[in-house]
Design a protein around this ligand. Structure first.
Ligand SMILES: [Zn+2]
Length: 145
């Protein structure tokens, strides 16, 4: 029940992905009608986290629960926590499948030599990259560093 409710919550910046698929939903505990949900931000100071917390609270409260949302940075989020389904969805919307930056490939031509254009892409949580072969601009998830 709780898992299904939390599964409705999407990342506000990448609305095709649920917070579970993105790997930021760490878990939850239910005691009576109180639900404690633990999440890990993808990037410190990521502004989307406030929206995610608000979504978790409103979904649970709409179903009669009291929500407590906790944030943990330990262990830190990495792109390894994105589920396989999440990775497939990211590829379909043209966001580079996550991995070490040295192994980043252009989502269009798969060339492996992108340049970082800006540490801030479409959102503060992503860097803007451009492919040095075909010129395709694309977003890359940042990790906590
Ligand atoms: Zn390319």
């Amino acid at each position: 029940m709780i898992a299904e409710l939390l599964d409705q919550i999407k990342d506000p910046e990448i609305p095709v992905l649920t917070i579970a698929e993105l790997g930021i939903l760490r878990g939850f505990d239910v005691v009576g009608s109180a639900v404690t949900v633990t999440i890990t931000p993808t990037y410190s100071g990521c502004p989307a986290m406030d929206a995610i917390k608000a979504d978790i609270t409103s979904v649970l409260e709409d179903h009669g629960f009291t929500a407590i949302v906790k944030t943990t940075y330990s262990p830190p989020w990495t792109t390894d926590m994105i589920t396989l389904e999440g990775r497939a969805k990211l590829g379909r919307i043209g966001i580079a499948p996550p991995g070490p930056r040295s192994a980043v490939r252009c989502p269009r031509c798969f060339s492996g030599s992108p340049r970082t254009v800006s540490e801030f892409g479409s959102t503060a949580c992503k860097a803007l990259m451009v492919c040095s072969k075909c010129g395709e601009p694309f977003d890359l998830f940042k990790e906590l560093r």
